[in-house]
Design a protein around this ligand. Structure first.
Ligand code: NAD
Length: 416
């Protein structure tokens, strides 16, 4: 469980809100709240020292009514079954909001990856993959990177799965390296999609990206690319942080120089082009746009009071607790919710899966155009629903996602 409010509590509260708006029965509510299938696995790891330690891993398929399960694999010390359940549920609604033909799933291993060598992480990944083999596959459940995992992890998963079945099956994972069937544009897709969502939300108020000052929490796969695309779009990125704090420059950070700094393995906080800033300070900076792109529950009842930004665009999954959401709403802050704002990753994962299934690869421009089109269409549908029903963007996104999943259940009928 992470923080005072667990991610699962947040996910359940959000679903309850959508179910109330949609007027669904308690039975349907319970079905939508309950994971379809879960697997707990023990992962014995032989450390480089020869010592054997036992790790715990999970794969949760929250819903597979609209298609195969889809969702990331997280390596973090905070991972537990409830966190994975929450993340799997959010994947279900997210895939439905952007209308890709997937259900929602998520995986995790309770491990602090920074304390392990590459060889140990490879052994963990291969053992975890072979343990969950019975429930994954390109038509069953498709993995992607999340916190603590990357392209290399996805290559190991794909290789382990393929070697066990005797032939190469690139579509079992997305977010792979390009030489083994990855897609152009996947690595940057989530951050790029966050910026498409931000641009659309700003445009609703007649504001251009070039007019805003932005702060980004989390400088990993999502946050660093969000900062890059914000900078490219003309926004002034005044602060970024990672787990150890970060850097701030009120005149605007030199984002390309900062990316080069962190790419060389140095923490953002030591960037010479800024002054140090803590994670709590970043959330409270006097900016127009705040992008939480790290972990769950950072905007709670207390921290939400400190936010000065007019727009919060959620790059992370579940960064705002229900109490934090209420505070932001009461203070007139516009929140573009995670299941919409960070859906660019799963959209391009879907493109990668389609390309792998067809063994035919698209150009970078084709990917970028299709991503922008999907993000704009999804934002427009959510914003229209929010306006028409006088509800928040979060409730609008959730009701669209939840309704599409419930429709699939109703059309398919109940077996037996
Ligand atoms: P990552 O591991 O690449 O990066 C995580 C970043 O957050 C790092 O900079 C890390 O230092 C920082 N961080 C970790 N704990 C922190 C804390 N307590 N406070 C502040 N910063 C902290 O992970 P990522 O893939 O960028 O994922 C970030 C978030 O985005 C997660 O919520 C993830 O579920 C979500 N997300 C990721 C993708 C994707 O394509 N990778 C897609 C959709 C959503």
């Amino acid at each position: 469980m992470s923080g005072v409010t667990s991610a699962l509590t947040t996910a359940h509260a959000q679903l309850a809100s959508a179910v109330e708006i949609l007027g669904y029965s308690p039975g349907l509510h319970e079905m939508l709240a309950t994971p379809r299938r879960e697997m707990n696995v023990a992962i014995p790891l032989r450390r480089d020292s020869g010592e054997v330690v036992l790790l715990h891993g999970y794969r949760v398929q929250h819903n597979i009514s609209r298609g195969p399960g889809k969702g990331g694999l997280r390596y973090a010390a905070s991972v537990d079954i409830d966190e994975v359940r929450a993340l799997a549920m959010w994947m279900t609604w997210k895939c439905a909001v952007v209308d890709v033909p997937y259900g929602g799933a998520k995986g995790g291993v309770t491990i602090e990856p920074r304390e392990h060598s590459t060889a140990e992480l490879e052994r963990v990944t291969r053992r975890y993959t072979s343990e969950i083999m019975p429930i994954i596959g390109p038509e069953r459940d498709i993995m992607a990177p999340d916190i603590g995992t990357d392209e290399q992890t996805m290559a190991w998963v794909m290789d382990t799965y393929s070697v066990n079945l005797g032939y190469t099956i690139p579509a079992v994972t997305t977010g792979k390296p390009l030489p083994v069937g990855g897609s152009l544009g996947r690595a940057t897709a989530t951050g790029r999609g966050v910026v498409h969502a931000a641009v659309a939300a700003l445009a609703d108020d007649g504001v251009a990206l070039s007019e805003v000052r932005a702060a980004v929490q989390g400088f990993g796969k999502v946050g660093s690319h969000a900062a890059h695309w914000l900078h490219e779009g003309g926004a002034r990125v005044v602060a970024v942080t990672d787990v150890d704090g970060g850097t701030r420059n009120d005149d605007g950070l030199d984002v390309p120089a900062l990316l080069a700094h962190t790419a060389s393995g140095l923490p953002a906080s030591t960037f010479p082009g800024g002054t140090p800033v803590s994670n709590a300070e970043l959330l409270a900076l006097d900016v127009d746009l705040l992008v939480p792109a790290a972990v769950e529950n950072v905007l709670d009842e207390e921290t939400a009071q400190t936010v000065k930004a007019r727009w919060v665009v959620e790059g992370a999954n579940g960064p705002t607790t229900p109490e934090g959401d209420r505070v932001l709403h009461d203070r007139g802050v516009i929140v573009v919710p995670d299941i919409l704002a960070n859906a660019g990753g799963v959209v391009v994962s879907y493109f990668e899966w389609v390309q792998a299934n067809q063994a035919y690869w698209w150009t970078e421009d084709e990917i970028a155009d299709r991503l922008e089109h999907r993000m704009r269409a999804a934002y427009a549908a959510v914003a229209t629903t929010a306006r028409e029903q006088s509800i928040s963007l979060r409730d609008a996104a959730l009701t669209i996602g939840v309704r599409r999943v419930a429709e699939a259940h109703q059309i398919r009928g109940l077996y037996p």
